[in-house]
Design a protein around this ligand. Structure first.
Ligand code: PHE
Length: 372
């Protein structure tokens, strides 16, 4: 009896003195472990007479209970101390400057396309897309350029060696105008009468051409409006409104010249007035001593009746206008680059200089002031 009492006291003292979880575990094995003395003592109860057991059991049970309790308490205390120690050791100095991570930027072409999408969204235009690998029906035929049409020669087209299963030529689209065709065909089927249609179609186009102002791949944005009683006045107002918003100035002056595109009739070439400021062409800027110079900016016109028809619209009921602008050109004019080829060289120094930070502005197109 005294034996168990003194053994228990010794065990409790050892538990209290354990300096680590390992030392505590060793103490547990010595007492409550399979071969620990408490466990062995409990086993002896089985072979006792009932009288002996009644006499011996309480002391052993209470030894087990007090040791188990002491082990649990000490374990919790040691773990808490270990955590405290770890927290103290692993402090982070939040005032230290962070290591700078290399930062990418938004390419001016992406930036300008976002700006255009936002400007035209305000005017009620949706964004439409089409495939870059086209067939010649959508790229030429449905735009009123039949097989022998001389206008096909205006485009230096990249053709694929194989034709479609229906025998159509396959090519890299030479302009975004096939998206007009695809949009009309879908619209004519989905809504009664098909209209109104109000879309822009930004994207890559391809021509076999390469110098300081031409690259084999470049970007265009197409515009198409179809509704009742649409006329050239709507086209002019839309272009003026878009260019004022894009260049962020009110003194944009346009000149409309008669031109020719097979898919528009009449066709209009649009020039914009500009001034030379510090050797740079600045759009708008009227009233300087030399007066305006004119720069050709885009092609446009009223959608040709035959194109409306091939797109599933009755030209007796519906009219439309369309335009196509070079996106890279717009970016160069707004942000002052002079070599188009650098747009697609992927030189990170060029991108660091001309790119835009997506983080400095609430929307991608917050304007020039938000330039990275
Ligand atoms: N698709 C023409 C081009 O690439 C531009 C254009 C589009 C002209 C729409 C008129 C109407 O040159």
């Amino acid at each position: 009896m005294t034996d168990i009492t003194s053994q228990t006291e010794a065990a409790l003292a050892a538990i209290a003195a354990a300096a680590s979880l390992d030392a505590l575990e060793a103490e547990r094995l010595e007492t409550l472990g399979k071969k620990g003395w408490v466990s062995l003592a409990l086993k002896t109860l089985g072979s006792m007479t009932p009288e002996e057991r009644t006499a011996a059991a309480p002391a052993i049970q209470s030894a087990r209970a007090s040791i188990a309790e002491a082990l649990d308490a000490k374990k919790a205390a040691l773990e808490a101390a270990a955590l405290e120690e770890q927290l103290a050791r692993e402090t982070v100095d939040l005032t230290l400057p962070a290591v700078a991570a290399p930062k990418g930027s938004v390419h001016p072409v992406s930036q300008v396309m976002d700006e255009l999408a936002e400007i035209f969204a305000d005017l009620g235009f949706a964004v439409a897309t089409g495939p870059e690998i086209e067939d010649d029906w959508h790229n030429f035929t449905a735009l009123n350029m039949d097989e022998t049409h001389p206008a096909r020669a205006m485009h230096d087209t990249f053709y694929f060696p194989d034709k479609t299963t229906e025998g159509k030529d396959v090519l890299l689209r030479t302009h975004t105008s096939p998206v007009q065709v695809r949009t009309m065909l879908v619209a004519a089927q989905t809504s009664p009468g098909g209209a109104p249609v109000r879309i822009i179609a930004p994207g890559r186009v391809y021509r076999s051409d390469s110098d300081a102002t031409h690259t084999p791949m470049f970007h265009q944005i197409e515009g198409l409006v179809i509704d009742r009683d649409i006329h050239l006045g709507h086209l002019k107002w839309t272009l003026e409104t878009f260019l004022k918003a894009f260049f962020e100035r009110d003194d944009i002056v346009l000149r409309l010249r008669p031109s020719y595109f097979p898919f528009t009739e009449p066709s209009v070439e649009v020039d914009v007035g500009y001034a030379n400021e510090n050797g740079r062409r600045v759009v708008g800027g009227s009233g300087d001593a030399q007066g305006h110079a004119w720069m050709e900016l885009l092609g446009s016109g009223m959608v040709n009746a035959r194109v409306l028809e091939m797109g599933g619209f009755d030209p007796g009921q519906w009219q439309g206008f369309a335009f196509g602008v070079g996106v890279d050109r717009l970016a160069m004019l707004k942000y002052g680059m002079n070599d188009l080829r650098a747009f697609f060289d992927g030189d990170p120094r060029w991108l660091a200089h001309y790119g835009f930070s997506p983080f400095d502005q609430p929307t991608l197109s917050a304007g020039v002031g938000a330039r990275a």
